[in-house]
Design a protein around this ligand. Sequence first.
Ligand code: PRP
Ligand code: URA
Length: 212
Amino acid sequence: MLHIVDHPLIQHKLTQIRNKHTGTKEFRENVNEIAGLMAYEITRDIPLRKTETETPLTKCITSELSRDIVLIPVLRAGLGMVDGITNLIPIAKIGHVGMYRDHATLEPHSYYAKFPYRIKKAIVLVLDPMLATGGSASATLDKLKSEGASDLKLVCIVGAPEGLERVSKDHPDVDIFLAALDEGLNELGYIVPGLGDAGDRLFGTNDFPEQS
Ligand code: PRP
Ligand code: URA
């Protein structure tokens, strides 16, 4: 099921990262902040358990998270969302999936995977700023399910209808969270209007080489 997380603060920051004049530092900061704000909304209903706590004054019954939370950034661009979420959920464990999209075929290629031990019982947030054709997200979800993960949420910032349709069809059990659902893909598979190549903008790899 699709959930659009359209808090005004998220929409404001989305404008910053769509702007082609926004530089690497600001782009990175805004991606992390959007991820944190999205995680705040997404975790609204995660279960709690009661625990006894001793305050400086007395003992009392309080609440704490009852489930492990695992973040799975899809390399590279998903890394840009991790700090914003661990600022809020410092106890989250982090796994990694390395996935790149072939520029010609747009097919995803997996090159790395490492998961925390307790992924089977955890609430797993898959992080990637961009949901374009949906190939990378769908392949990542396949991989996580083959490891036994079952409570999966896909957290992207900008999505295209093509990717949404693909993931909804391949993984109808996975909730999909977006800050914005854009118009579609161009002939190169980029989201329009989108924000360009998220990995390049996060890591500064789109700079032209200096003239010597
Ligand atoms: C981008 C993006 C997603 C993928 C989305 O990664 O971060 O992982 O493309 O496209 P899809 O929905 O059509 O699969 P990219 O392959 O450019 O790798 P990078 O993060 O290393 O730049
Ligand atoms: N990957 C990106 O980084 N941006 C797009 O628009 C599509 C895929």
